[in-house]
Each structure stands twice: as structure tokens, then as C-alpha cells.
Design a protein around this ligand. Structure first.
Ligand SMILES: C[S@@+](CC[C@H](N)C(=O)[O-])C[C@H]1O[C@@H](n2cnc3c(N)ncnc32)[C@H](O)[C@@H]1O
Length: 342
């Protein structure tokens, strides 16, 4: 969508993004001080040991203060930037409600208990604040996160689909659609496919709808939970998600794979991209991931990164289940498996 932020809002977002870049430099400096540390296996003991080691380190203190500032203010900074231009966006919002991409809501829908009331990423209002779809999809992601995210957050969403090889999919279900950034990548990779997205957060689907209608696409967007979509058995040849699973407790991830199996036609593929599991990391990276998740509004990261998704998929009846990381950074971590042919 075409829009121009006011100078105040734009510079506030740039400032927050620049703080992120500074934080990364500082983090590398702190990292050099702990390169020799030998961490225990237990995650809590890792946190404790590093607290003792770095507790009075001024660079670490400054890094933590910067991180806390970013975590607690990025949601408000971006929301304020949106409010400054909201009146001129409203006609565009109205225009982009029209088109082939429509949102379905279901009477009596109850979002998952582990999702309600959580401000994921510590973004004020979590995934439910009014207009959070625009704020996340047009401001936080492209103008704040993308500036410092290694590998390019949009490129990664496109590149990951190369792992599916040459197979052309025609009925795709995306779980955890959010503001639609992976939906866009799916639509580009599979222009002939019918795409359905499920997501509990209505404001997020409103932005996905805008991305869809801007492209003349006809996505079916449903306010629903991935583990209970209400969609018919065997109705998709690809069930997929991008960075959904680390926001779920382990019990929900299991239910999501069960639902994916039910929804796939025989021979259909489940393809999930998410964070690296702890077993693939050196201990220092485990500590970093854990500490970052605790401070960064990721309540289920630890249990999610402790799962073996290929083993889970195999246990639930999938074939040829594989999990592996992409590129030098081993990110994202993909899990791919097939429902047996009939
Ligand atoms: C990190 S975002 C995913 C972003 C999106 N897939 C993308 O590539 O930009 C995670 C999304 O998953 C949604 N979510 C969380 N629990 C869910 C569930 N049980 N079923 C479906 N979506 C869920 C959240 O509301 C949020 O919008």
C-alpha cells in the first residue's frame, strides 16, 4: 500500500531500528568476552551462570537497557506513527476490503487459551489490538525488524519455498497467516494455487486481506486456530506455516500436526519453517536464544525449540519426515513430511 509517514513517526521508527543495529554491535562485543565460557546443559543453570559472569559488565547492562527500551516502546512508536496518517489510510482500507480476498469469521469462535492476553514480542496489544495488522505488516516488519534482521525477512520467506522442489501445489493451507507476508510468498511461488489462511487475530487478517486484494488475489482468510480449522478432511495438498510454531506450547504443536494430517489429501505435504531447535545449537547459542526469548515476549520458545518435529511427524503417521536448517545461519529451520499415498 502506498503511504508516507509523517517526519515524526518515520524518524521515531528509524531511531528504534538504529538502536537495534547498535545493540547488535554491542552484543558482538559482549560475545567476545564470553567466548571461552563452558556452559552446563541445563537451561536454567546456563542463565544463572551467565548472570554471574555478566551481571556487573557495563556493556551487558547497557545492552539489556537498550533491549528493554526497544521491547517496551516499539509497539507504541509504530502505533503513534500509524495514528498520524490514519485519516488518509481509511479510504484505502475501505477500497482494499473489496475484492476476491475475503475474511470469514465464525460465530462463537474462541481463540486458544495460550494465545489470549499474551503480548507476543511484547508488542503492545499482542495480535489483537485494533489496526495491529497494518502496524505489524506495514511498519514493524518492513521498517523496524527488516532493517537489522540477518538474511532479509522477505527474501527468507520466498527462498524457503525452494525446499519444496518442483512440485506444483494447487490447494494450500497456511497456518498462522498473521499480516500475510508468507501468504504473499506462497502466492508468488504458486500463482495457480487456491490459498486459504487461518489466524486467530482479526486485525492481522485485515492486513492480509489488503495484501491479497492489492494483488488481485482471491485468498480465503478464516479467523480460526490451526489445531481446529473446521475445514474438511483431505482438502489440501500443502499445509504450511512460517514462524508460527515457536509461538505455540508443545501440546498445541502436536495438535497442529494432527490437524495437518487430517487436512492433507494422501500424498500431500506438511512444510513448517521456524526457529532452530536447541539440539542443533552450541550451548552459548542456546543461552542467547533462551535469554532473548524470556526478555522478548516469547513465552513458548523454550518448549518449542526443545521439540523434534520430524520425530513428531513420523509418530503421527507422516512419511519421509526431515528437519534441517537453511544456510550458514541454519535459519529458518524447516520440517517437511508427506502423508502416505492412499
Ligand atoms: C510470528 S506470526 C507469523 C507470521 C507470518 N506467518 C509471517 O510469515 O509473517 C505468528 C502468527 O501466528 C498466529 N497464531 C498463534 N497461534 C495460532 C494458532 N493456534 N493458530 C493459528 N495461528 C496462530 C499469531 O496470531 C500470529 O499472527
Amino acid at each position: 500500500m502506498e503511504f508516507e509517514l509523517r517526519q515524526r513517526g518515520r524518524s521515531a521508527i528509524d531511531f528504534a531500528a538504529d538502536m537495534g543495529a547498535m545493540g547488535m554491535k554491542l552484543s558482538a562485543a559482549v560475545g567476545a568476552k564470553i567466548a571461552d565460557v563452558e556452559l552446563p546443559e541445563d537451561f536454567d543453570e546456563q542463565l544463572e551462570m551467565m548472570e554471574q559472569r555478566l551481571g556487573d559488565n557495563p556493556q551487558q547492562q547497557f545492552l539489556l537497557a537498550m533491549g528493554e527500551w526497544s521491547a517496551t516502546t516499539h509497539g507504541e512508536i509504530t502505533f503513534d506513527a500509524f495514528k498520524e496518517i490514519q485519516p488518509e489510510l481509511e479510504p484505502e482500507f475501505e477500497r482494499l476490503r473489496q475484492g476476491g480476498t475475503q475474511i470469514e469469521t465464525r460465530p462463537g469462535y474462541e481463540p486458544p487459551d495460550y494465545w489470549v492476553g499474551v503480548d507476543f514480542h511484547r508488542t503492545t496489544g499482542g495480535w489483537v489490538r485494533e489496526h495491529q495488522g497494518f502496524v505489524h505488516g506495514e511498519l514493524i516488519h518492513p521498517k523496524y525488524v527488516a532493517k537489522n534482521f540477518p538474511g532479509g525477512i522477505f527474501k527468507q520467506r520466498r527462498d524457503v519455498l525452494n525446499e519444496l522442489g518442483d512440485r506444483k501445489f494447487s490447494n494450500i493451507l497456511e497456518m498462522g497467516t498473521s499480516s500475510g507476508h508468507f501468504t504473499v510468498a506462497l502466492a508468488e511461488a504458486f500463482p495457480e494455487a487456491a490459498i486459504t489462511g487461518v489466524e486467530p487475530g482479526l486485525p492481522m487478517l485485515e492486513q492480509a486481506q489488503r495484501f491479497g486484494n492489492e494483488r488481485g488475489a482471491s485468498w480465503r482468510l478464516i479467523q480460526a486456530s490451526a489445531e481446529e480449522t473446521g475445514l474438511p478432511d483431505s482438502s489440501f495438498d500443502l499445509v504450511t506455516s512460517y514462524i508460527l510454531l515457536h509461538e505455540l506450547p508443545a501440546r498445541a504443536t502436536r495438535a497442529v500436526f494432527v490437524e495437518a494430517f487430517r487436512l492433507l489429501e494422501p500424498g500431500g505435504v506438511v512444510f513448517m519453517s521456524d526457529v532452530q531447535p536447541f539440539r542443533a545449537m552450541p550451548r552459548i547459542a542456546q543461552w542467547r536464544a533462551n535469554a532473548g526469548a524470556l526478555r522478548g515476549g516469547e513465552p513458548y520458545w523454550r518448549e518449542a525449540a526443545s521439540l523434534d518435529l520430524a520425530a513428531l511427524a513420523t509418530e503421527l503417521g507422516f512419511e519421509d519426515a526431515r528437519s534441517y536448517g537453511l544456510g550458514e545461519r541454519q535459519y529458518p529451520w524447516v520440517t517437511i513430511a508427506r502423508k502416505p499415498a492412499a
